[in-house]
Design a protein around this ligand. Sequence first.
Ligand code: SF4
Length: 361
Amino acid sequence: MNDVHGSEHLLALFPDELAARLSAAGEPCDLRQARSLLSRLRGHRGDAPKRETTPRRLREAVAALAEAGRPVVVDEVEDPADGFVKLLFRAADGALFEVVRIPLERGRFTLCLSSQVGCGMGCVFCATGRLGLTRNLSAGEIVASFLTARDGAPGPVTGAVFMGQGEPLHNYDAVLRAARVLADPTGGRVAAEAITISTVGLVPEIHRYAREGHPFRLIVSLTSAVEARRRALLPIAKKHDLAALAGAVRAVQAARGGRVTVAWVTMAGVNCGDDEVEALRALLGDVPLIVNLIDVNDARPDGFRAPDAAELDRFRDRLAALGVPIVRRYSGGKARHAACGMLARTRLADDAAAQQEIAAP
Ligand code: SF4
């Protein structure tokens, strides 16, 4: 049974893959049994099927393998101001990454998942960006972190957003596998529409995403529509300029229909001026968008600060005049979390509200 994991952790397998691996390892297993095994492993604890259809020996062996190499929670911190809970995980190799549990209305929760340990994108306003990239998380680590955070939640977890540490599309295959497992009936059982993937603007991967036709929501972090400024804020913009990014946004809109959500991290005196509104109109004025405005975390050593109400209102009004729906996002967990985590939670908290606003006329 030792080679059952293959190149991917058992928790991130689909039933046909598990059946094939078990059979190849000399443990005959059909698709129905594989579904049952995975549902049991990834279901809520205590959610065992009423009637077992797989041999006990197989169940126990697979359960033991699923536990092996699973990241463990080493710290859990709740922000009393808003109920956001940060769970710090340690992977088998000692790498640390976090998941944030976000309370929604009616006692539900959504989880903000990390996709990498650190991040290689280097966004200048982001604490994680300053750390650099240590490594990608595997799909198994992502799924395991979801399951552990879900099982510890005091209410149902109905959504997941890839907005924690890392650039999700920089770890494309693992993130997409994990998202598909989370949406699978034998996996996290989260509605695909309640799973959001955020990107800072990796153009080839956005095109790939549009081509492949995934059901998950994609958010593109634009933050500036002025070329030189975007390059200064988001180094990835030196590789993929705004014209290329606009082309990718158009491809997403054409593939999925509806409005494309664009995130904008607002910084006082930096990217909330009339020049930005005009640049956005010129760049993407013909594409249906929703703009999520997210205050950069205040109290920072690097000098960036959130705009005051007057600056933000003016920016918002000018954007609204373009006919772009604006969603202002709550910045959660400011007191306890680093900049990128804050950003993740902000984008996140926004998610449920955004869905509502998108649905509104
Ligand atoms: S904002 Fe996101 S993409 Fe940019 S450095 Fe931070 S974690 Fe990476």
